[in-house]
Design a protein around this ligand. Structure first.
Ligand SMILES: NC(=O)c1ccc[n+]([C@@H]2O[C@H](COP(=O)([O-])OP(=O)(O)OC[C@H]3O[C@@H](n4cnc5c(N)ncnc54)[C@H](O)[C@@H]3O)[C@@H](O)[C@H]2O)c1
Length: 340
């Protein structure tokens, strides 16, 4: 019988149970659908608070998970809050082999420090305790925001977070390192840089600028960039490479790893590539950056350890990632217009 070649790993995950917290969100739903497609032998459970009308003081929604990211999903879903001890019991009872922890306040502009620490840090520690008891391997989302303005290429161990979000992710990493050392647990923290790709539309104003510029362009207006965008550089990473890093982490040494392309590109590059891909020439509109105090101006991931230890190799440049994403962006525009 011909063996099925599975993407990123051909390991047999038969009888394995995979829990994805934040599975109704952007990255979590991509993980759930990845496993469903490439590893039909696994049991997949999505745990998410799903969206309600509750808003932060910045006007953005408190939770961004959306069932529409999971329309093709055929596993089990649990609606729960990682801040609730009672809901965490549902996770304990699952006794998952792998926990992909994506639930978090992912909005980097939220200023409520208590809520950020409770949701991102305290809840994570509680999940690690459950994993310790159940002998689960944990792969969780950290962030390039831990680095703030620390020198490029940003390297694990040298962090200067500029906002409470970046600080919360750094504190998650400190707890993870402690649990790895003290309890010999299998934990991998992935510091995602700026992610873009399918299923991010429901993040609204917190979705990537790739999507936001594209929808502006498709609706006939010039993309709105912050002033000086040709000098604001980020390491933009496509969702497929995020999936790759997560899957490799299932079989790798515990630790904290950067997930980027290893190349810094400007926001202006995004707008220019999009106009070319979408065959438009609308010019640009430049606006004042309201987040200047807490903004990162140059990020570029040092991915040496990710390459050498995880075996990760980014497959997409900004050009090829955007080209791959465009058909999905066109579908979004046809369905929703520029409603971000
Ligand atoms: N997208 C990026 O560029 C990026 C970059 C670095 C790190 N990250 C991290 O990756 C992870 C996934 O991010 P994303 O972009 O998919 O964001 P997202 O907001 O789409 O996903 C987060 C999910 O967590 C859920 N959630 C929020 N609070 C919850 C709670 N109290 N209980 C249960 N579920 C809750 C939300 O409903 C949402 O579905 C997050 O931890 C985020 O901080 C994302």
């Amino acid at each position: 019988m011909k063996t099925l070649i599975k993407k990123y790993t051909d390991a047999n995950l038969w009888n394995k149970k995979i829990l994805i917290t934040g599975g109704a969100g952007f990255i979590g739903s991509n993980l759930a659908l990845y496993f469903q497609k490439n590893h039909p032998e696994v049991e997949i459970i999505v745990f998410d608070i799903f969206r309600s009308d509750d808003k932060f003081s910045n006007g953005n929604l408190k939770s961004l998970g959306d069932y529409r990211n999971l329309l093709d999903f055929r596993g089990e879903i649990i609606s729960g809050d990682i801040n609730s001890k009672e809901d965490l019991e549902l996770i304990r009872e699952l006794r998952a082999d792998y926990i992909f922890h994506e639930s978090a306040i992912s909005d980097t502009t939220v200023k409520d420090q208590k809520l950020m620490i409770d949701t991102n840090v305290v809840a994570f520690k509680n999940i690690l305790e459950i994993a310790r008891e159940n002998n689960s391997r944990v792969i969780y989302a950290s962030s390039g925001a831990t680095y703030g303005d620390s020198k490029s290429p940003q390297t694990v161990g040298i962090e200067e977070p500029k906002n409470i979000y970046g600080f919360s992710k750094l504190m998650m990493d400190q707890i993870a390192l402690k649990y790895i050392k003290k309890y010999y647990m299998n934990i991998v923290g992935l510091r995602y840089f700026n992610v873009y790709g399918k299923n991010e539309f429901f993040k609204g104003k917190t979705s990537s600028m790739v999507l936001q510029f594209a929808l502006q362009i498709l609706s006939g207006s010039a993309p709105k960039l912050f002033q000086g965008s040709d000098k604001i550089f980020r390491d933009f990473i496509y969702i497929e490479d995020i999936l790759q890093a997560n899957i490799l982490s299932m079989f790798s040494k515990s630790g904290i790893y950067n997930v980027g392309t290893g190349k810094a590109r400007s926001f202006q590059d995004i707008a220019d590539i999009l106009q070319k891909e979408l065959k438009r020439d609308l010019g640009n509109i430049y606006i004042k950056n309201p987040f200047i105090e807490q903004y990162q101006f140059y990020t570029e991931a040092n991915i040496l350890n990710t390459q050498n230890i995880l075996g990760y190799q980014p497959q997409y440049s900004l050009e090829t990632g955007i080209a791959d994403y465009v058909p999905d962006i066109l579908k979004i525009f046809n369905n929703y217009g520029n409603q971000i």
